[in-house]
Write a protein that binds this ligand. Structure first.
Ligand code: FES
Length: 152
């Protein structure tokens, strides 16, 4: 495959994205990005890889796993620079997952000082909302934080 008109050495990509060279190598080993070799045999990246890496950084901060991120990046074309339309298509799919994360974060913000239905029964409020851990009858995890409503 011919090299794009503009390519960046791994050190330049690290400087621009703010992550280490070893992190970039790790992302490549995980199949999230793909380097090329220039005429001198040096590892180089296309400008679009900076965007991919930025996407990885942000989505990791949002709590997505590398496996989930790989699945999303896999929706982009391989072997050519993704277009705006390619990113839009991927964004629509991923947008629903981001919406779910936002809802969970909002619930966490609202309920952090109250009972979250985790079964600890450590707050006075738990005796009101989660007597004898009734939330635990619905399954594992912090049930009220996961969207279950306390019984009325
Ligand atoms: S906060 Fe854990 S059961 Fe209420």
């Amino acid at each position: 495959m011919p090299l794009p008109r503009k390519v960046f050495l791994i050190g330049k990509v690290a400087a621009r994205t703010g992550i280490s060279v070893s992190a970039i190598r790790h992302y490549e080993a995980e199949g999230l990005i793909k380097s090329m070799r220039d005429q001198g045999g040096r590892r180089v990246f296309a400008p679009a890889d900076i965007r991919r890496i930025s996407f990885i950084i942000i989505t990791q901060k949002l709590g997505f796993s590398l496996k989930e991120i790989r699945a999303e990046l896999g929706l982009l074309p391989d072997g050519r620079t993704p277009t705006k339309r390619d990113w839009e298509r991927m964004s629509r799919s991923f947008g629903h997952k981001i919406d779910d994360r936002i809802k969970t974060l909002e619930l966490l913000r609202e309920k952090l000082t109250g009972c979250i239905g985790c079964g600890c029964l450590s707050l006075k409020k738990c005796a009101l909302y989660n007597t004898k851990d009734i939330a635990g009858q619905r399954g594992s995890g912090p049930r009220y934080l996961m969207g279950d409503k306390p019984a009325t």
